[in-house]
Design a protein around this ligand. Structure first.
Ligand code: T5A
Length: 213
């Protein structure tokens, strides 16, 4: 599935925990609504009732060891359902899609940080997404220490992935940054360490250049 075959853009938001991508996705959605740009907002893992159930299975902290291979397949199962049940129908109906995380998260977390071979992750990403690629990926880049300080202020109980070590999250960030070099036309790095409004101005520049939004 080539993104060029569709009219409505597919934009993904990526970054480590607390990088502010959800905040920016909401702000961009409000901006598009004000301009009457038809769009939907969604997230991974999740986006359909079944994918939301898989999300709970993945993120709930548990005593039993969750093996990297199991984790990878659960993310991909949720994605297969989400792409076919929600993302593609929206794109085909001419609605832009703003998605909080997608295949690049799997590359950074399960591939780079958990250590599963890149070829395996790439093949499963392609299979689950049916070859669908984002037209633009905004990577909100931030030191994990800052991200964790932000989410700690939120006071929510950390999920299973948020409980991983700082080292794990540093490797996730490194994995994400490699994607900027690997896909320079698609993945745009955004400095997420600056105030929210400044980050949003960078988002607006990136989407205006690409889609005229
Ligand atoms: N995962 C996911 C994988 O391992 N593989 C995969 O394939 C996929 C798809 C999903 C988890 O699953 C993993 C990654 C994740 O660990 P989630 O609940 O969706 O879990 O968690 P996150 O996506 O990490 O979402 P968070 O809400 O935790 O983080 P965000 O979206 O980065 O941050 P946000 O916008 O909620 O902001 C966090 C706090 O910071 C403040 C906000 O007000 C908020 O309080 N903030 C700022 N503060 C200062 N300056 C700024 N510029 C700020 N911007 C926001």
């Amino acid at each position: 599935m080539s993104p060029a075959s569709y009219d409505a853009p597919f934009v993904t938001f990526e970054g480590i925990e607390g990088s502010g991508k959800t905040t920016q996705l909401r702000r961009l959605s409000a901006h598009l609504a004000a301009k009457n740009v038809p769009h939907i907002v969604t997230r991974e893992p999740g986006g359909t009732p079944l994918a939301d159930e898989i999300r709970k299975l993945i993120l709930i902290p548990r005593e039993e060891t969750v093996f990297p291979e199991t984790e990878l397949l659960l993310y991909e199962a949720a994605r297969a359902q989400h792409v076919r049940g929600f993302i593609l129908p929206a794109i085909l109906a001419g609605r832009a899609v703003l998605c909080d995380r997608f295949c690049d998260a799997t590359t950074a977390y399960q591939g780079h940080s958990r250590g599963i071979a890149a070829s395996v992750v790439e093949a499963l990403n392609r299979f689950a997404a049916g070859g669908l690629l984002p037209d633009l990926t905004l990577l909100f880049d931030l030191a994990p220490e800052t991200g964790f300080a932000r989410i700690a202020r939120r006071g929510r109980t950390p999920d299973r992935i948020e409980r991983e070590s700082l080292e794990f999250h540093r490797t996730v960030r490194e994995g994400y940054l490699r994607l900027v070099d690997a896909h320079p036309g698609r993945v745009v790095r955004i400095d997420a360490a600056v105030p929210e409004e400044e980050v949003f101005q960078s988002v607006l520049r990136a989407v205006a250049q690409r889609f005229g939004w």
